[in-house]
Design a protein around this ligand. Sequence first.
Ligand SMILES: Cc1ncc(C[n+]2csc(CCOP(=O)(O)OP(=O)(O)O)c2C)c(N)n1
Ligand SMILES: [Mg+2]
Length: 360
Amino acid sequence: MKRTLENIENQFETFQILNEEGKIVNEDAMPDLSDEDLKEIMRRMVYTRILDQRSIALNRQGRLGFYAPTAGQEASQLGSQFALEKADFILPGYRDVPQLIWHGLPLYQAFLFSRGHFKGNQMPEGVNAVSPQIIIGAQITQAAGVGLGFKKRGENAVSITYTGDGGASQGDFYEGINFAGAFGAQSIFVVQNNRFAISVPVEKQSAAQTIAQKAVAAGIEGIQVDGMDVLAVYAATKEARQRAVDGEGPTLIETLTYRYGPHTMAGDDPTRYRTEDMDNEWEQKDPIVRFRKFLEEKGLWSEEEENELIEKTKEEIKAAVKEADNTPKQKVTDLMDIMYEELPSNLKEQREEYSEKESK
Ligand SMILES: Cc1ncc(C[n+]2csc(CCOP(=O)(O)OP(=O)(O)O)c2C)c(N)n1
Ligand SMILES: [Mg+2]
């Protein structure tokens, strides 16, 4: 019996453009981005880091509900999103609110999603996305379907879905990438490998050395990317998008990343399963720190500019919280009305009952 596993695994190297010191180490792969694009990527990462800090504080004050921290994953989330077009369709996981915001979801609605308000799940017209999935892996098969739909309609658009290392251990993951490969769906599957599924390390979830290599069995392209390097994530996603719309099939992108905070704000304590050494090691790789060095070296960024941006971001967040606070509380009748175009007779009765209670 010929042994091929080792050969295959050895072929999956980590794709990097910008190293930890903020130096370009892979000039050939440098994407075609204007100075303004580069600055915009930085703005989005800084905004998202501040939003994360504020969201954690708001959650602790009881002013937000469900929240999954994002700090550390900005390059992975926003580098990939920056490679998308407006027509592309995002199927996110619960940690992927930043991508939705930059795809057009108003921030106050993201806060309403956190509070479990139905308005947080209603994408505005023209924002091609569904709300964040809580069931691990469920969005992956759906993404294959959306990508197939784009192919059948001959549209210049892709579906992109996000999950974690834990998601890549789910049955839905294998089913989704296999289906997408078989039917040539215009899809991109991003697995943000932040090393842990809550407290379970990735080594305990799979015997595979990389998640990217899981693409091989599905007959699709797979690439492992330095998920703390926003340029590498952008370049990989951009190429995957082009291949998808050119009829060359779907791509699996594994981004190697880390979440600096807890799993969610519901009582997780990462010190029980991560060492300080590990945290320190990943802090050295911080996506914002290295991109800041790169931009400063090019004369495109300054401390002053960043401070101004931070102040502006805090104001925007404040205004969005206010807007969320001013949104009328959801009523039982609202839930019935948004579910049905025409209510079944039993619910009609219930609706009348609730409508009377609510008017009091
Ligand atoms: C089908 C399913 N099983 C279990 C859970 C509980 N659960 C919530 S988050 C999580 C870990 C997921 O880890 P990963 O995919 O690595 O994503 P990360 O949170 O690290 O971004 C689990 C097991 C769930 N939401 N859905
Ligand atoms: Mg994970």
